[in-house]
Design a protein around this ligand. Sequence first.
Ligand SMILES: Nc1ncnc2c1ncn2[C@@H]1O[C@H](COP(=O)(O)OP(=O)(O)OP(=O)(O)O)[C@@H](O)[C@H]1O
Ligand SMILES: [Mg+2]
Length: 594
Amino acid sequence: MENKLKLHVEDLTVSFRTNQGMVRAVRGIDFDLYEGETLAIVGESGSGKSVSSRTIMGILAANGVIDKGQIIYEGQDLTEVDEEHFHEVRGNKIGMIFQDPMSSLNPIMRIGRQITEGMILNGKRLKNKTKKLYQLEKNNYTEIKHKIEKLHRVYKHNLALIEDCLYNENLQSLLEKQNSLEQQLEIAKSNPEAKAGIKQELNGIKKQIKSIQSDLKSKLAVEHKKNVSEQKVKLPPLKAEMIKAKRKAEAQIKQEWIAKKKEYQEKIQKVKENPESQAKLDEEIKVKEAELDVLNNQMNELIENFQEAFSKSVRDKDKIILRARFRENKKDLKFDIKEKQREIKALQNYTATKIRELKEELRRFKKVTNLEAKEHAIKIMSEVGIPQPEKRFKQYPFQFSGGMRQRIVIAIALTANPDILICDEPTTALDVTIQAQILELINNLKKERNLSVIFITHDLGVVANMADRIAVMYAGKIVEIGTVEEIFYQPKHPYTWALLSSMPDIMSKERLTAIPGTPPNMLFPPKGDAFAERNQYAMKIDFEIEPPMFKITDTHYAATWLLHKDAPKVEMPEVVKNRIERMLKTTEGVTKNG
Ligand SMILES: Nc1ncnc2c1ncn2[C@@H]1O[C@H](COP(=O)(O)OP(=O)(O)OP(=O)(O)O)[C@@H](O)[C@H]1O
Ligand SMILES: [Mg+2]
């Protein structure tokens, strides 16, 4: 692929601390995302799709930790940055939409404000310009600060692991021993002699655990202190440099702003001194008034036509429809009339209007104004296919259908002009026709805005028409990745075969074959290939050693021992082959580029 790399994810490993232990949700995933492509992530429920994308977004749940790995975006490793600074670092360049649009909308705030809020908040132009001027010095400083913060985070995390006996295998096996002795003690209740023996052994184990824990903790503390002070000494000179650069930037921007203000004061003065010729204005007003007359006539006609049709219609249902349609049309016309009246008024108060416009122009140098944000919001609303955006701007979320709400959420994500859009099952809550419309919208936006899309779904049928490449996830790992063609025509991993054969098949009466068995419990991830238990082709090695990613082509990789040169030759099952053929036939003609 010759396209530009947008996002590089390497060995990303995420777990959650829970009462029962560590849930290993994402276990070392690698992938690249290129400019303008859609990468689909497919897998059963619980395979780690959402956790992966939430980690990239920096919105991991509070009990989650990134154990290892990198997320490189524009030369920076996002895993080094804590959540508080996360948004600052990547700006709003990564947008995300979720399954349930309602969860990302505020039900009691008008749609318009929800779209413009971020624009206004992030639209302090002079401030942003100043920041850019000393960005480099600031980055040098914050990079070290982030490193120190990460050291603290990792240190705290490791302390918790030691405390929970999850830090290393040694502690883990001692903990297991302790648990089993406690159980034995319970059983030996009525046997004092045995009890005493077990108790003694148990105390020994507990002591051993305590001493290992305190050893590890002090070792860790020493190491941590050393690491932190190594970084800390770098801070003062970097801070001084940053402050110097900041002052310089502020002075420069202040100069620019003063000059701009002066320029506009002069412009305003000129308007005051040389008013537009009255004759010319009168001419323009006349034209507008004639246009207003036309609109007023249209309104009268609309009312007459409605009254006539209404009196003629007999059925209640017809009357209701007529009245509803009439109200809609009347509202639109009223809007146009008001607009025209405003234009006429502006011409009548020409000088005042002109001055107001100049002042607005000046304000726009400083920040995104309310008016500007509204104009932009309405533009984006029509871009995402919301009819009558001016009217919709003032409405509340409950006045929108599910599909329209998802469009609003997409519009909000677009206001920041992101270059990556993560869609986590964005159409699962919608019915089929609406689903197709939203998918088409995402596809069009991708093309027009050259977005890179990560599209998460459990529905392979959707993926065929959406994605350029597919990553198949199982038990927190990517088990196969390739182009759409490779995954559909040449799948290599038995799990991918299972996924393909569990796809709903509209053409045949064949029953949907659910994948037998259940995914492993991620508190205790299996030793070898996590899919071995459910894999009818599993070999002995599958239960013992994790398969590496075998390369099939430059773009196609799969982690299954079946690809080892000494493995028996196993072909994809016939039923899967047939099913894929039928599936591709039914979706033919609806290709991702057409
Ligand atoms: N906050 C949390 N605390 C503990 N475990 C969690 C937490 N969030 C997710 N998990 C676990 O992480 C694993 C991966 O979950 P994830 O939400 O990424 O699955 P998914 O692939 O998105 O599934 P679905 O298709 O159901 O959305 C699951 O085992 C889940 O139970
Ligand atoms: Mg999910």
